[in-house]
Design a protein around this ligand. Structure first.
Ligand code: HEC
Length: 135
């Protein structure tokens, strides 16, 4: 019981110290946009990504240049260029439904391209591959 109380005391002190630091993640909100968020993810393997790209090719074409009324051309996309790997991962996991104000085709970009089996690592491999086919 005594040991438990000591442990509890430590946890309490740690919690107070964390709270004292402004909630821990408060500074993240005003991180500059050009902060390399990539430090949080490891770079993918473009060769593995090429094989996984079939999911995306269904709408974006084998060359990433898009297919009519399906996915759009992202090889010249400023959006893709502006996104870090971590941001691309987050984007692909969520997709961009037709109701999203940023959606300008009126066609859904489904979460994970509609392939829920893709892991974060798989998606980072795909992102690495996408970087190689950018114009
Ligand atoms: C069912 C069709 C479909 C599939 C499959 C699909 N996408 Fe998309 N994707 C779209 C559509 C449609 C858009 C454009 C939405 C809009 O109007 O903003 C889009 C947009 C994007 C964009 C943003 C491009 C830009 O310039 O805004 C990226 C990046 C992207 N897709 C990556 C992927 C990746 C990676 C995969 C495979 C994991 C994938 N997509 C699979 C339909 C698809």
């Amino acid at each position: 019981m005594r040991k438990f109380m000591i442990l509890f005391g430590f946890v309490l002190i740690a919690a107070i110290m964390l709270a004292g630091c402004g909630g821990g993640n408060a500074p993240a909100a005003d991180e500059p946009a050009n902060q390399p968020a990539d430090s949080t993810v490891s770079a993918g393997d473009p060769a593995a990504g090429e094989a996984l790209f079939v999911t995306c090719a269904a709408c974006h074409g084998a060359d990433g240049k898009g297919l009519p009324n399906l996915g759009k051309d992202f090889t010249s996309s400023e959006f893709v260029r502006s996104q870090s790997d971590a941001e691309m991962l987050a984007f692909i996991k969520v997709g961009r439904p037709s109701g999203d104000p940023a959606n300008d085709t009126g066609v859904d970009m489904p979460p994970k391209g509609g392939n829920p089996a893709l892991s974060d690592e798989d998606i980072l491999d795909i992102v690495a591959y996408i970087r190689t086919i950018m114009e």
